[in-house]
Design a protein around this ligand. Structure first.
Ligand code: DQA
Length: 152
């Protein structure tokens, strides 16, 4: 495949659609990935998606990325707020990395107000439901067009 975006989905995102619909809406993870794939495709980018409930599997996915990885959309779920190990893995990336959330963690419980990965991402898009993902694709594409092409 040519250049692609790596979309990372952390714990419990596999149950989107039925999980807390008041907070996360009713879009399933498959639908979210399909919409993100369409958005990326408009810019000639593919999508590879990895969902895991396990911190190590997400780190493995970051380590396994291939030369064509042009950017990363990271919704690490609850690991966002806790995982120094994922911070350290993301820190190794040279390509644009955007932190994505469906909900707005800053408007929720205090334990969601800290993002451990915030210092090692280019920026964060949160609170727009599925639109957060489309906006993240646009942000990555803009970053790629402004900077010399870098892949991970
Ligand atoms: C989330 C927000 C996190 O606080 C939460 O643990 C999730 C989903 C979001 O997309 O809004 O699992 O990342």
């Amino acid at each position: 495949m040519s250049d692609y975006l790596l979309v990372l989905s952390g714990p419990n995102l596999s149950t989107l659609g039925t999980r807390n619909p008041d907070v996360y809406g009713t879009t399933t993870l498959d639908e979210l990935v399909a919409a993100t794939t369409l958005a990326a495709g408009r810019h000639g980018l593919g999508v590879r998606h990895v969902q895991s409930n396990h911190e190590g599997a997400l780190i493995d996915a970051i380590e396994r990325r291939e030369a064509g990885c042009a950017g990363v959309l990271a919704n690490l779920g609850a690991f966002t707020h806790t995982s120094v190990a994922l911070h350290d893995a993301l820190e190794t990336l040279e390509c644009p990395v955007v932190e994505v959330h469906l909900s707005n963690p800053a408007a929720r419980e205090p334990f969601r107000h800290v993002s451990v990965i915030a210092p090692v991402v280019d920026g964060s898009i949160a609170g727009f439901g599925p639109l957060s993902y489309e906006l993240a694709v646009e942000a990555i594409v803009r970053l790629l067009s402004e900077a010399p092409r870098t892949t991970a």
